[in-house]
Ligand binder design. Structure first.
Ligand code: MLC
Ligand code: AMP
Length: 508
């Protein structure tokens, strides 16, 4: 059955010409569903120009959270393209990897400074022969008929780090995205009357699917922030602007810290704002039990922790109604099949035995772009192998860790140690290096680099951070540096990363 058709109500039902409900707010500006509907059709028409269907052309967009970003996402989908939202904090070599892997020929940008000539992005695109188009110039008044899209068509490509050095393009179809949205609409009882802030980056599913797409599908209101600005977000919370709040654990830690700096009455107004909401969700990284308890004590809200991944959307979540268990990620979401497998591949039926989480369902992505080998390796008998280890306790899943030491989660970002090591090895002073995640109360894990220097050289953390600028996104840059005379290695010559962890003094 073909869906979603770009012109019918199957495509984000609230996007209708007559729907004047507010969809997006940013600063003093607001856009209704009708305005978003018109703008995204106008962009789709401009992208299509004379053709009937973009036929899965990868259209990249480099924009902070804005009405332009949302127009680009919806417009590319309506025209039959694959949306490739870029990390606006990325370094140029990272963008080059994404643009060339995805085979992008057209890139949309917003107005403002990024539209000026001579920016590093424009220089890069000129070299790669990619047309850079300001969104405003693509919007077309004369609307063209939009293509009818089969749900199996590719819709979204997000880049995720893994156990390989370069991020892979995770391709999800319209069916996958729809399944990822609909399970959350049902599980968390999304309503048209909901309102929530969106301050997470828009090149990852937490911001794109869980917040933006769920809200737009439900007909709710989203307030856009270009980044997490505690003052601005918490002022709105104090004013009772939101019914729902979704964030990574680091954001809840930052809020608690911010509250502790405020005078009592100001802090009280904010906690009252949280207390009045119907739902506070934490995810993308483990929510420490102490954080869960502190949040509950201060706001009366029991955080709903859930587990997800770029490749699967959300898979497991604590119940909206029912027991939300501290330190556990909850139960399988509607329409998502979850299984645990032991190291020998055997299905774990009982409680308490750790195994790898494997996931099956319409929510699971289609493929890694142009990488059939990686795609094949990540599936077993139709189940996606997450690499995350969990135990089951009367139905509830508890994440125990990851199969790979080369994946780091910092502030909810998933980082590849190998990707960072590759970059560090290009430093003239670094002869050998190993990167690991060190536990941290604020960030979950902190990127820590252990290096062996070339004879006669020296390196400080400040110098390394400075050198990394322009080579790595800021959140991938090492926060700790230890210089060693040799890296610990096993008999095979492989660095033993657990031994490195032991070298780090415990946090005070
Ligand atoms: C920022 N910094 C970080 C960092 N983010 N350091 C380590 N890890 C991070 N993640 C550093 C900056 O480089 C800077 O350092 C300092 O912290 C302040 O930067 P900032 O930009 O002002 O930070 P802030 O805006 O406060 O960012 C914090 C944050 C952000 C938590 C809002 O990290 C964030 O948006 N994280 C969410 C990522 C996300 O959406 N993940 C979901 C992936 S999808 P200096 O030295 O310059 O001061 C997924 C699936 C699922 O995981 O289940 O959802
Ligand atoms: P990403 O690849 O950026 O989508 O990150 C997905 C990874 O984040 C998962 O494979 C988990 O390792 C981790 N993750 C997401 N949610 C949680 C959670 N609630 N608890 C622990 N880890 C989580």
């Amino acid at each position: 059955m073909p869906l979603p058709t770009a012109d019918t109500t199957d495509f984000f039902p609230p996007l209708r010409p007559a729907n004047d409900d507010p969809a997006l707010l940013q600063g003093t500006q607001s856009w209704s569903y009708a305005a978003l509907d018109a703008r995204s059709k106008s962009l789709a028409s401009g992208l299509l120009h004379d053709c009937r269907d973009l036929e899965e052309e990868r259209i990249a967009f480099f924009m902070p959270a804005s009405v332009d970003y949302v127009t680009a996402l919806l417009g590319v989908w309506r025209a039959g393209g694959i949306a490739v939202p870029l990390n606006v904090a990325a370094a140029m070599p990272e963008l080059e990897h994404v643009l060339t892997t995805a085979g992008v020929r057209r890139l949309l940008i917003g107005a403002g400074p990024m539209a000026s000539a001579g920016t590093p992005l424009r220089v890069l695109c000129a070299r790669l022969d990619i047309a850079v188009l300001t969104l405003e110039t693509v919007l077309q008044e004369n609307l063209t008929p939009l293509p009818l899209l089969d749900p199996g068509r590719r819709a979204l490509m997000l880049f995720t780090s893994g156990t390989t050095n370069k991020p892979k393009g995770v391709v999800s179809t319209h069916r996958n995205i729809r399944a990822q949205i609909s399970t959350l609409l049902e599980a968390w009882a999304w309503q048209r009357s909901d309102a929530l802030p969106l301050f997470l980056p828009l090149h990852h599913i937490h911001g794109i699917i869980n917040i933006l797409c769920c809200a737009l599908w439900a007909g709710a209101r989203v307030e856009l922030f270009v980044k997490f600005d505690a003052d601005a977000v918490l002022t709105a919370v104090a004013n009772g602007a939101y019914t729902v709040f979704m964030a990574v654990p680091t954001v809840y830690v930052l809020i608690l810290r911010h509250l502790s700096t405020l005078p009592g009455p100001d802090s009280q107004r904010i906690t009252t704002g949280f207390a009045a909401m119907r739902l506070n969700v934490s995810g993308s990284a483990a929510c420490p039990v102490t954080l869960f308890q502190q949040w509950q004590a201060l706001t009366g809200q029991t955080l709903l922790e859930r587990y997800g991944m770029t490749e699967i959307g959300m898979g497991i979540a604590n119940p909206y109604r029912g027991e939300r268990r501290a330190g556990a990620v909850g139960l399988p979401l509607p329409g998502v099949e979850v299984a645990l497998h032991g190291e020998d591949g055997r299905v774990i039926a009982g409680d308490g035995e750790p195994g790898e989480i494997r996931i099956r369902g319409d929510n699971v992505f289609l493929e890694y772009w142009n990488n059939p080998q990686a795609t094949a390796q990540s599936f077993r008998a139709g189940w996606f192998c997450t690499g995350d280890i969990a135990v089951r306790e009367d139905g509830y899943y508890r994440i125990m860790g990851r199969a790979s030491v080369d994946i780091i989660k910092s502030g909810g970002y998933k980082l590849s140690a190998l990707e960072i090591e590759d970059v560090l090895l290009a430093h003239a002073a670094i002869a050998e290096c190993a990167v690991i995640g060190i536990e941290d109360a604020t960030w979950g894990e902190l990127v820590s680099a252990f290096v062996v220097l070339r004879p006669g050289t020296s390196l400080s953390l400040a110098a390394l951070k400075h050198w990394c600028e322009g080579r790595l996104s800021p959140y991938k840059v090492p926060r700790q540096l230890q210089v060693l005379t040799a890296l610990p290695r096993n008999a095979m010559g492989k660095v033993t990363k657990p031994a490195l962890k032991a070298l780090v003094p415990p946090a005070p």
